[in-house]
Write a protein of this length. Structure first.
Length: 74
C-alpha cells in the first residue's frame, strides 16, 4: 500500500507525462474513508442485533420492528 506522499508523487508524475489517472487499490479506498476494517465487517450484524432485541422484548423503533418482522417472515 502506498503512503500519502507516494500517491502525491505518482499523481504529479502522471500529470506531467500525460498518463491516465491512478487507480486506488481496495485497501487504499477503504483507508481514504477512514475505516479499513469496513470490508471485513459482518453485513448482517445490525439485523441480528435487532432480532435479539425484538426476541428479548427490548425497545425498537417502529421502522426497526417492521424491518425485523419482515426479515423473520422471509
Amino acid at each position: 500500500m502506498r503512503t500519502y506522499d507516494q500517491l502525491i508523487t505518482e499523481i504529479q508524475y502522471r500529470k506531467e507525462n500525460n498518463l491516465p489517472r491512478i487507480e486506488l487499490t481496495a485497501e487504499e479506498r477503504a483507508r481514504s474513508f477512514g475505516d479499513v476494517k469496513l470490508a471485513n465487517r459482518d453485513r448482517n450484524s445490525r439485523i441480528q442485533e435487532m432480532i435479539y432485541r425484538f426476541k428479548n422484548g427490548l425497545k425498537l423503533s417502529k421502522s426497526d420492528t417492521k424491518e425485523v418482522k419482515k426479515y423473520l417472515k422471509d
